[in-house]
Design a protein around this ligand. Structure first.
Ligand code: NAP
Length: 410
């Protein structure tokens, strides 16, 4: 039976049996898909070192690239402090941390509440951190937290009245690092401290940001412009912060041991990217699901996006020389936009940001003080009403007891 079948196959071919040419076509197709996938997956980090004992603060560590980075760093032994906007008692967060501990085999994973949309929340956390005596150990800060208003959606402002992209993607990092700066600079000289900024190719499309006031204007706002401006401002600030660290003269005379590293993770399939592609709509989600094969093929996984962060965290050469290097695809690259290193632009932006923070914090402090006063007055009035109510009911009680006694006596 097999012999006649093979003879027939060889001489005539069989209708339902794929021809050699068809097999060849399928093999080529699979090979091309595999090659495209392999290219789009991006480079893998090859710079490995143990991170036991190192303390890493990470924003955005609950989703996408940040979550993958937090897991990988924890697997290498780092102590992770997730800076999250929820309360550390939040049920979802507690489960998330438990899961992270289990998957990484590392119990040293904690969370601190830092809402990046609130200057007050950032100040509360950062001042608590620097108030610690002796200064707390700090080896790395990974700034992954971000937002992006989906295209077509209206402009969002935070409770403190600042445009959301500007606040979360840029100003939050400015505020956090400005307050933590003394804690970063006082780390012992043998420690290799790294501040990892997340940049994005979108920053190249940003118009000039000047002192930052343009980014807060309603007029001419668009989600892509707001995101690009915030990422551009962050990149400019990162360079200025790098210079700020380098110019610090340590009292012990040792060279500065804290450096800024920029990471561009490339385009990845993260919840943030999904929100962007779907425009935060149901019909967008349907299209997203329909074309998911292409998204899967061309975009990196969050773990793929985390590779350059791991390189930035572990590569020994980044702990020497000047800071401010850009890592993309696990290697050093030139910045596509040269003016991100311009000191004049940075100075103007820095001063504008300080002024904005000072004004908003002052206004918010007044609002909080007024709200506190109102609460206290309401409590006082409530107590007074309660006491007079009690007194009234005691008098009433006395009267009714008296009348009962009189009735009994009759
Ligand atoms: N994905 C890409 O293709 C891509 C490309 C280039 C650069 N990047 C950059 O890579 C970084 C990570 O991107 P991603 O796509 O992984 O982001 P993502 O999935 O959108 O995650 C953003 C993270 O930021 C946190 N976050 C948002 N608002 C916050 C707030 N008010 N307070 C505290 N945390 C807040 C989120 O916490 P919750 O989940 O709790 O809200 C989440 O953990 C970003 O800086 C992004 O700009 C991404």
């Amino acid at each position: 039976m097999p012999v006649p079948f093979a003879i027939q196959l060889f001489t005539e071919g069989i209708d339902w049996f794929p021809s050699l040419f068809n097999i060849f076509k399928v093999v080529v197709l699979v090979a091309v898909i595999a090659l495209v996938k392999w290219i789009c997956m991006g480079a893998s980090n090859t710079s490995e070192r143990k991170l036991h004992g190192k303390i890493v603060l990470i924003t955005g560590g609950t989703s996408g690239i940040g979550a993958a980075t937090a897991l990988e760093l924890a697997q290498r032994g780092a102590q992770i402090v997730l800076l999250v906007h929820q309360s550390p008692k939040d049920g979802f967060l507690v489960d998330y941390i438990e899961d992270l501990r289990e998957r990484s085999g590392n119990e040293m994973i904690y969370a601190e509440q830092v809402d990046l949309s609130s200057l007050y929340s950032i100040r509360k956390f950062a001042t608590k951190w620097i108030d610690n005596a002796p200064p707390r150990r700090l080896d790395m800060i990974v700034l992954c937290g971000s937002t992006l208003t989906p295209p077509g959606k209206p402009r969002v402002v935070t409770d403190e009245g600042i445009e959301e992209n500007w606040m979360i993607n840029y100003l939050a990092n400015f505020h956090l690092l400005s307050i933590l700066s003394p804690a970063i600079r006082t780390q012992p000289p043998d420690r290799d401290v790294r501040i990892v900024f997340t940049t994005c190719a979108a920053h190249t499309r940003s118009p000039a940001v000047d002192d930052g006031s343009d980014a807060l204007k309603k007029k001419g706002w668009s989600s892509s412009k707001a995101y690009a401006q915030s990422k551009y401002a962050l990149t400019v600030f990162g360079h200025a912060f790098s210079k700020h660290l380098e110019s610090y003269k340590r009292p012990d005379g040792a060279p500065m041991n804290a450096r800024v590293v920029f990471v561009d993770p490339g385009y990845c399939r993260t919840p943030g990217m999904r929100r962007y592609l779907t425009r935060g709509t149901l019909w967008g989600l349907s299209v997203y699901l329909l074309v998911y094969q292409s998204i899967w093929l061309f975009l990196k996984s969050p773990v793929g996006g985390a590779q350059s962060f791991l390189y930035a965290a572990q590569e020994a050469s980044l702990g020497r020389g000047h800071g401010g290097k850009l890592i993309k695809e696990c290697r050093e690259m030139e910045f596509p936009r040269k003016d991100v290193k311009d000191e004049k632009i940075a100075k103007k932006l820095w001063e504008g940001s300080e002024k904005l923070i000072e004004r908003v914090e002052r206004e918010e402090a007044v609002k909080r003080a007024l709200a506190k006063k109102e609460r206290e007055e309401a409590e006082k009035n409530g107590k007074a009403a309660e006491e007079s109510g009690k007194a009234g009911s005691e008098v009433k009680g006395d009267k009714s007891a008296k009348s009962k006694r009189q009735k009994k006596a009759k």
